[in-house]
Design a protein around this ligand. Structure first.
Ligand code: NAI
Length: 697
């Protein structure tokens, strides 16, 4: 049952009921239409109230149906809205909690609207690359005015009902309910039961005193804001049509724009990311009702770069943190950095002084393990050395209370080995944050061989509390993100050897949409980190070919921004990357020593070689079960590595190129005399998908 019918005196109350947010999928629409017909037929009923059960009026269309026949099957959303609008008996929407997208469009088809305070009202379609497609762009301006409505449609963010109700001249909300919203709506329904003609939003006049100039201005602003996304500009077009065309003609244009956007790669990418974010928290063999452990107190071991940022996440969420160091100076330094970060936020007006003080009051520094004995979750962020980790985990095993979760922020070490330092490997898990840990959305949750399911479920829940996108990774060198980036770095080194400069590679990759190219990234993170990892990795795998250019750079002491020089030069105190003749000369000399004749490499080849390096490794990661689904890998790249959102992640992008074409390009790259045949060997899963005509996503 996805809608219920109840008669209260002369009023029929129709309640949409499709948890969690009363999405307007096919079944709900059918049920809703049947209830409306019943109310029409019921001679005792003089008016109708429409509301939603549970946590929402309605969260809108069921976007899982998009592109399927169900989405347009009658009664579709447009027909349903028409049905309400042309109802012979008045229809009053009783809005509460969430009224978004198709839900708001449905409410705008009603004759009257009563809203509870605190309801979140929005047309968020733009966030998945669309415009509202069921009259939202035509009706919202008629009740809120052109400018307010366009702002809401272009931004897609929710606005509280009481804020909208207070706007002068607004006709969206006829009444703010003080008590029960359905009761208030029934009251209004009885009042208007005999009133005719019934007011329809479509009939409201709409004008703008200076429409041409306003829409020109709106277009310029939106264009600058929405560079790589087509939908926001289409919002402007649709709202302009609401002003300049007849209602029905505006509806036609809205529909056309909506359908065209649906087919764009940007819309597909945004929908992929939207579902990917939700899917990431689901772990195939960990049921959703797995009981979780309570996490009311957190301890962080190590107050360095990562420890401080990690602690801030929990303080921001109101969870007390004890932070432990070995020496007072290190503790003081760590605390000072946390303070400095918060003070910068206060200065920028992003954090209120009293909130800052509340957060700092939740932080307890200590040098003693006795003080963390009652922590529910301990996150270790000490030096990346197995000996140091061992010492810490043996101590944690001795003092932590039974059932405490012991997490490591290690980026390269074996979580199973770390777990083996304790008598409770089931309680050990990796929580791999990204730098700066208080800013970056991504959290890789590393599942050890013995990690308990309730530990995983708990960590996934905690990650939501601290507003991270958590993705589960199995244990392997580099986990998902860094294991893939290794191939990308290797390939960027080969590009230098074959004829590129660092600036050329970065430019091509940044034009593709990455926040930063590989060499600017290296300079920011510190080239010495990769150097240290290579020394270990390539002694373990001596046959593996890689370009020595980055090692030569480090031998010159050029570690990046922190030493004032890396792949680029830096003016003192500045972060602008200036191409360095010294580095170009070093690369040329190395190239000559290798006997390579440089050639001109196109931007397209640069991008394909780098992104397909990611894709091929991702296929291996999927096949090995290190990641459980393709969208998890895309989420890692979208939230942790600056991959362009409008391309949906490396695997979504590869799918859009066609995996057949991806493999064809890889074969072409393999024919390069510089390749030893190893790098571009398609991963078995990739070859299989091509053979079966399938995609990753
Ligand atoms: P860091 O050197 O800035 O901080 C480490 C801190 O741990 C220092 O303050 C040190 O005094 C403290 N420490 C060392 N031994 C300790 C012990 N036995 N007990 C308590 N405290 C101790 O290092 P960073 O960058 O914060 O890295 C920490 C961990 O996070 C490492 O495992 C690293 O691989 C990982 N990581 C680092 C990332 C980064 O971008 N820096 C990113 C993701 C993970």
């Amino acid at each position: 049952m996805s809608a219920s019918y109840e008669v209260r005196g002369p009023v029929a109350v129709i309640t949409m009921s499709n948890p969690p947010v009363n999405g307007l999928g096919y079944d709900t629409r059918v049920a809703l239409a049947a209830c409306v017909e019943r109310a029409w037929a019921d001679s005792a009923v003089q008016a109708i109230v429409l509301t939603g059960a549970g946590k929402a009026f309605s969260g809108g269309a069921d976007i899982r149906e998009f592109g399927s026949p169900k989405a347009v099957a009658e009664p579709n959303l447009l027909s349903l809205i028409k049905m309400l609008e042309s109802s012979p008996k008045p229809v009053v929407a009783a809005i509460h909690s969430v009224c978004m997208g198709g839900g708001l469009e449905l409410a705008l088809g009603c004759h009257y609207r009563v809203a509870a305070r605190g309801a979140n009202i929005a047309l968020p379609e733009v966030k998945i690359g669309l415009i509202p497609g069921a009259g939202g762009t035509q009706r919202l301006p008629r009740v809120l005015g052109v400018e307010t409505a366009l702002n809401m449609i272009v931004q897609g963010d929710p606005v509280k009902s009481e804020v909208l109700a207070a706007l002068p001249g607004q006709k969206l909300i006829d009444r703010l309910a003080e008590g029960d919203v359905v009761e208030a709506a029934c009251g209004l329904a009885e009042e208007v039961a005999a009133r005719r003609p019934l007011p329809r939003v479509r009939d409201l006049p709409l004008a703008h005193p200076d429409a041409d100039a306003y829409f020109q201005f709106a277009r310029n602003t939106v264009k600058a804001m929405a560079k790589n996304f087509p939908a926001p500009l289409k919002c402007v077009d649709a709202v302009e049509a609401a002003v300049k065309r007849k209602f029905d003609d505006g509806m036609v244009l809205e529909r056309e724009l909506f359908m065209a956007l649906m087919l764009t790669p940007e819309c597909k990418a945004l929908r992929h990311a939207f579902f990917g974010e939700r899917a990431a928290s689901k772990i195939p063999d960990v049921p959703e009702d797995t009981p979780v452990r309570q996490v009311a107190k957190v301890a962080v071991i190590g107050a360095g770069t990562m420890g401080g940022g990690i602690a801030m996440n929990f303080l921001n969420a109101g969870i007390p943190v004890t932070i432990l160091e070995t020496r007072q100076e290190a503790l003081d330094r760590g605390l000072a950095t946390i303070r400095k970060n918060y003070e910068a936020q206060v200065k920028k007006g992003k954090l209120k002084q009293d909130k800052y003080e509340q957060r700092m009051a939740l932080l307890a520094p200590t040098l003693s393990y006795a003080d963390i004995a009652d922590a529910d979750l301990v996150i270790e962020a000490v030096f990346e050395e197995i000996g140091v980790k061992e010492q810490v985990f043996r101590q944690l095993d001795a003092v932590a209370k039974p059932g405490a979760i012991l997490a490591s922020n290690t980026s390269t070490l074996d979580v199973d080995r770390i777990a083996s330092f304790t008598q409770r490997p089931q309680d050990v898990v990796g929580m791999h944050f990204f730098s700066p840990a208080n800013v970056m959305k991504l959290l890789e949750v590393v599942r050890g061989a013995k990690t308990a399911k309730d530990v995983l479920a708990t960590v996934m829940q905690v990650s939501k509390k601290i507003r991270k996108t958590a993705v589960v990774s199995g244990v392997c060198d580099g986990f998902i993100g860094n294991r893939m980036i290794e191939q990308y770095s290797r390939q960027s080194g080969f590009l230098l050897e074959e004829g590129c400069t660092p600036a050329q590679v970065d430019r091509a990759v940044e034009k593709f949409g990455f926040a930063m190219g590989p060499f600017r990234m290296g300079d920011l993170a510190g080239n010495d980190i990769g150097w240290a990892i290579r020394k270990r990795r390539y002694t373990e795998k001596p046959g593996l070919r890689y370009s020595k250019t980055a090692d030569l750079l480090c031998e010159m002491g050029r570690f990046g921004q922190k030493t004032g020089a890396g792949w680029y030069d830096y003016a003192p105190g500045k972060r602008d990357a200036i191409p360095s003749p010294v580095v170009v000369e070093m690369i040329e000399k190395h190239r000559a020593e290798l006997g390579i004749q440089p050639r001109k490499i196109s931007d397209e080849e640069i991008v394909q070689r780098l992104v397909y390096s990611l894709v091929n490794e991702a296929a291996k990661i999927l096949e090995e079960g290190i990641a459980s689904k393709a969208s998890d890998i895309d989420m890692v790249y979208l939230t942790g590595y600056g991959f362009p959102l409008w391309r949906g992640g490396p695997l979504c992008w590869a799918d859009q190129q066609g995996l057949f074409n991806v493999v064809q390009s890889m074969k072409r790259f393999a024919a390069n005399p510089r390749d030893d045949g190893e790098f571009w060997q398609p991963a078995p899963l990739l070859a299989k998908l091509v053979a079966e005509g399938k995609t990753f996503t």
